[in-house]
Write a protein of this length. Structure first.
Ligand SMILES: [Zn+2]
Length: 411
């Protein structure tokens, strides 16, 4: 027989959590380590305390709630996600993975099921990276990928440090966070894209994550008055910018799995009657295959040097800023998600995550997988973000099945 979570309880809790830091249009704003973020955590802590799930907090503010198994020394099964949001966040991004994780722990308790392994619900600090950078901070520190000191020193726009906020909210300063050993990590999340909705499938079996490369590019010409200087005598970087935009979009358009985004373009000094002396722009390249991503990188570099030859009066500087390699989740766990979805009667679809998630960090430490559910119009980071009660419950049911399978096994 297939166990099921309580969909109504889960839905009610999603709506209750959204009431903390509410913003117009049904959204939420709980910026990392703000009072609202802490209030959201307090609500979760009260729900977990009512069921007797023991809480541990680490020095970067990650929370771990445990439902003990028969063998207290067995490696735990980890589930979780994040409660912080973007400034114009929705009700489901991150919150779903946390509250569905709680739902799994509670369902096991309701059924009085004794698992072999402990099951831990994890809440990662600062997944969003909106108030403090980098994103995926708490999981990065706990997995030994982001230095603890660097995370503590990160400042928000007002000069407040992560370390200050952790002290203000009463987090201990030691020991240095480390996730330790675990059997596996499973994260449920809304897709944040349109693929599941368009395919009519309920469950996304996430086999990995796209690799990402970021660049800052600047074009240096010469500021001059828009009137008196003839076109031929200007050092105007704008025509070169036009070719550069074409170049980037050609790179992104030559393969359906490739993505390119020019998210920022700034002309300086930014005056209507001045030829800009400098243009700054960013490029974000993504691909689910590391070799293809590498090829996109080289195409960008080659294209930039060709442009430099064609526009000798303009200096082009291109600086690679960040590289997050392609992530491959555990194939056995992906198979397990697929078979659990099928057993429960949900149509499943293999896919790759286009967004970054805490699970990317966990995947470097232990077998990891993600489960996606569809969200309306693929919209997230927006108060209009919406996943149906049916989709939410389906995702949590699959999460429960996967956790049960792993937690019942003796390692
Ligand atoms: Zn998220």
């Amino acid at each position: 027989m297939q166990h099921r979570i309580d969909g109504e309880r889960l839905w009610a809790r999603l709506l209750a959590m959204a009431q903390i830091g509410p913003i117009p249009g049904d959204g939420s704003c709980r910026l990392t380590l703000s009072d609202d973020d802490e209030a959201g955590r307090a609500l979760l802590i009260s729900w977990c305390a009512a069921r007797g799930f023991a809480l541990r907090r680490d020095a970067i503010g990650n929370l771990f709630f445990r439902r003990q198994g028969r063998d207290a020394d067995a490696l735990p099964v980890l589930v979780g996600s994040h409660l912080d949001t973007q400034p114009t966040g929705g009700r489901f991004d991150g919150v779903l993975g946390v509250l569905a994780g709680l739902e799994v722990l509670e369902t096991l308790a309701d059924l009085d099921l004794e698992t072999e392994r402990p099951v831990d619900l994890c809440v990662w600090t600062n997944e969003e990276g909106s108030r403090f950078q980098p994103a995926m901070m708490g999981s990065g520190v706990a997995c030994g990928i982001l230095p603890f000191e660097q995370a503590l020193a990160a400042c928000d726009a007002g000069g407040v440090r992560v370390a200050d906020e952790l002290v203000r909210h009463g987090y201990e300063r030691e020991p240095v966070p480390d996730i330790g050993l675990a059997d596996c990590y499973v994260e449920l999340h809304i897709e944040q894209g349109p693929i599941l909705e368009n395919s009519g499938k309920t469950i996304g079996v996430v086999t990995g994550g796209q690799g990402i490369r970021w660049y800052e590019i600047s074009l240096h010409g010469e500021e001059t008055h828009a009137g008196p200087v003839p076109m031929a005598l200007r050092k105007d970087p704008v025509p070169m910018l036009a070719r550069l935009i074409d170049l980037v979009h050609d790179i992104g358009g030559r393969d359906p799995q490739a993505r390119c985004t020019i998210g920022q373009v700034r002309a300086l000094p930014g005056s209507i009657n001045v030829v800009p002396g400098r243009i700054e722009m960013t490029v974000d390249l993504r691909h689910p295959d590391e070799i293809e991503l590498e090829a996109m990188h080289h195409a960008l570099m080659r294209g930039c040097s060709d442009l430099s030859r064609n526009y000798p009066a303009i200096r082009l500087d291109v600086a690679p800023r960040w590289h997050s390699p392609v992530v491959r989740f555990d194939a056995n766990l992906a198979n397990l998600v697929r078979s659990c979805a099928e057993r429960l009667g949900f149509a499943a679809h293999d896919m790759v995550s286009g967004a970054g998630h805490d699970a990317f960090h966990l995947a470097r430490r232990m077998p990891t997988v993600m489960i996606f559910v569809p969200c309306r119009d693929g919209i997230s980071h927006n108060p209009r973000e919406y996943a149906s009660p049916q989709a939410v419950a389906a995702g949590a049911d699959v999460l429960l099945s996967v956790v049960l399978d792993r937690a019942m096994s003796r390692g």
